[in-house]
Design a protein around this ligand. Structure first.
Ligand code: G3P
Length: 234
């Protein structure tokens, strides 16, 4: 399962890029507004950090506006994915952008039927919002299972991008179901890194090491790890 970070926050993105665990980024108008920065400059900074897909959302409500915004967003970089809302106009825009060779993600999906239509329109990604379904008293993860099964039945290539993830259990559930992507806020990814038994175990190892007064070898290059010559000889 690919892991995307659901944020436009540069320090958070840097942290997880450095760990090597990040496959892409999703944003939405709310997340972009939170950063309080000029949009294009912010996007370029994100693109400079993340080699994978960077999802940016259109804000028009009519398909013509979404198509035009989609082209402008896609021009910002080769790995841009244009997010369109799950509306009739959004589906029209997805169909056209798909035909124009632009990658798309249909966002704000809350039912298997909406996901089926997103796939038929040619979306590269479908984003069901499971946390918001949970909030409304439904079992959000159930629709992930249903969508994956529908896509498998008909060989749709649309990737299921599980969105509105609220905690690490959501991530495990999405992975067990075989979802293609999970996008999550930085605090959820941070919680996935940590476990109290890891901290306790590490402390015990280091205490025992110190008590024994041991030392690691000092950093001399060893004979089997010679640095490669800078200039290759013929
Ligand atoms: O990716 C969708 C996500 O941004 C929505 O999350 O927590 O606002 O429901 P949330």
């Amino acid at each position: 399962m690919k892991i995307f970070l659901d944020t436009a926050n540069i320090p958070s993105i840097k942290t997880f890029v450095d760990m090597g665990v990040l496959d892409g980024i999703t944003t939405n108008p709310t997340l972009i507004a939170k950063e309080n920065r000029e949009f294009t400059e912010l996007v370029h900074e994100i693109l400079g950090l993340v080699p994978g897909p960077v999802n940016l959302e259109v804000v028009s409500q009519e398909s013509a506006g979404m198509i035009s915004e989609g082209h402008d967003l896609a021009a910002l970089g080769p790995n841009i994915v244009v997010k369109c809302p799950m509306t009739a106009e959004g589906l029209k825009a997805v169909r056209k952008l798909h035909r124009d060779g632009i990658k798309t993600n249909v966002t704000l999906i809350f039912s298997p039927n909406q996901a089926l239509l997103a796939a038929k329109a040619g979306a590269d990604y479908a984003s069901p919002f499971i946390g918001r379904l949970d909030d409304a008293g439904h079992e959000g993860m159930k629709i992930i299972e249903e969508i994956l099964s529908i896509y498998r039945n008909y060989g749709f290539e649309t990737r299921v991008l599980v969105a509105s993830i609220r905690h690490p259990v959501h991530v495990v559930q999405a992975a067990k179901l075989g979802a293609h992507v999970a996008t999550m806020p930085p605090d959820v990814l941070d919680k996935m890194v940590k476990h109290p038994l890891t901290d306790i175990g590490l402390k015990r190892f280091l205490d025992d090491w110190q008590r024994a007064g041991l030392k690691l070898p000092q950093g001399r290059p060893s004979s089997h790890m010679k640095p490669k010559p800078l200039v290759q000889r013929a």
